[in-house]
Design a protein around this ligand. Structure first.
Ligand code: 8YV
Length: 307
């Protein structure tokens, strides 16, 4: 069995894949034909071009819940199973989203910079910010992570609405039929939808305008879900009040126009980045690999795409 590592993955995972499974790091022409399994992450993935170079491929194991960089339709067509690491990272990503909601409303990151810059004096107090209680939060994508975000924010006394590809009866939150109407009904729009072609640019200029000059955007999902140029313009023109972003369209690139703004909180895609959660993700990748090797039945396959 030949395992190929695609991308720059967690060092301990790569080490185990090398020592225990003899994994290789390059699909050189002499091994490409033998590769049965690829281990990758959402930053890299396996597109149709790479799949075509790996004719023996049978499984793609994704370190991370988001697998939008892997061509699942092509994998289905070729009989290649794709797995991800759901559930184990839900808490940490939801914590990150909740923290960003608090930060954009209360300005903690900007206030920290203000103190460090020596601005706090007997004569100068930090400007007043926005109360969290009573805030209308709109969750775009009420999957596992979206629900965990909503659950956390309930404790802060916000009111919650959501939009999802389909309405979820019994979710307990108000459903709005599209992203624009959700934005119009929200003070903070939190993006928790999966990335990929279906959601690309879902948070458009129109949606941002609907969010309004008192509204904030938080994104912990994928940069591709937001039209990043439109976001920069909306901030520049004061059509929204600010943003909290853990993900960007072209990571690790962050638009220069965002770096100089105090009304945005910028994080380096650290949503799942705790020791415990990354270890759990690593274990789940290896458990999927062992299950695949044992009888081909993986633990956490991603759903097949519609034909
Ligand atoms: C990354 C993520 O996968 O799970 C996801 O979809 O975006 C993250 O957890 C992780 O940073 C590894 O690249």
């Amino acid at each position: 069995m030949t395992v190929l590592v695609v991308g720059d993955l967690k060092p301990s995972l790569v080490q185990t894949l090398r020592t225990r499974y003899g994994a290789v790091g390059e699909p050189s022409p002499d091994v490409a034909g033998d590769v049965d399994v690829v281990v990758t992450s959402g930053r890299f993935g396996v597109d149709a071009g790479l799949m075509a170079r790996l004719p023996a491929l049978r499984a793609v194991l994704n370190f991370g819940v988001g697998y939008d960089t892997t061509d699942v339709a092509e994998a289905n067509r070729r009989g290649v199973v794709v797995t991800n690491t759901p559930d184990v990272l839900t808490d940490c990503v939801a914590d990150t989203a909740a923290a960003l909601v608090l930060d954009v409303l209360r300005g903690f990151s900007a206030a920290d910079r203000w103190v460090r810059a020596g601005n706090w004096s007997a004569a100068a107090n930090y400007p007043l910010t926005r109360r969290v209680r009573g805030t209308r939060v709109g969750i775009l994508g009420l999957g596992r992570i979206g629900r965990a975000i909503a659950h956390r924010l309930e404790g802060f006394g916000v009111s919650t609405a959501y939009h999802n590809r389909r309405e979820l009866p019994g979710a307990g939150y108000r459903y709005l039929p599209d992203a624009r109407s959700l934005a119009a009904a929200s003070d903070v729009l939190v993006v928790a939808a999966s990335g990929g072609a279906d959601s690309a640019g879902l948070v458009s200029a129109e949606v941002l305008t609907a969010l309004g000059p008192q509204g904030y955007l938080v994104n912990v999902a994928r940069g591709s879900v937001v039209d990043e140029d439109a976001l920069v313009e909306a901030l520049r023109e004061g059509r929204i009040a600010g943003a909290g972003l853990d993900v960007f369209a072209h990571e690790p690139h962050v638009p220069a126009a965002l770096l100089e703004r105090d009304d945005v909180v910028l994080l380096p895609h650290l949503g799942s980045g705790t020791v415990q959660t990354r270890d759990a993700m690593e274990r789940l990748v290896l458990d999927n690999l062992d299950a695949f090797l044992a009888d081909g039945r993986v633990l956490t396959p991603v759903p097949e795409t519609a034909p």
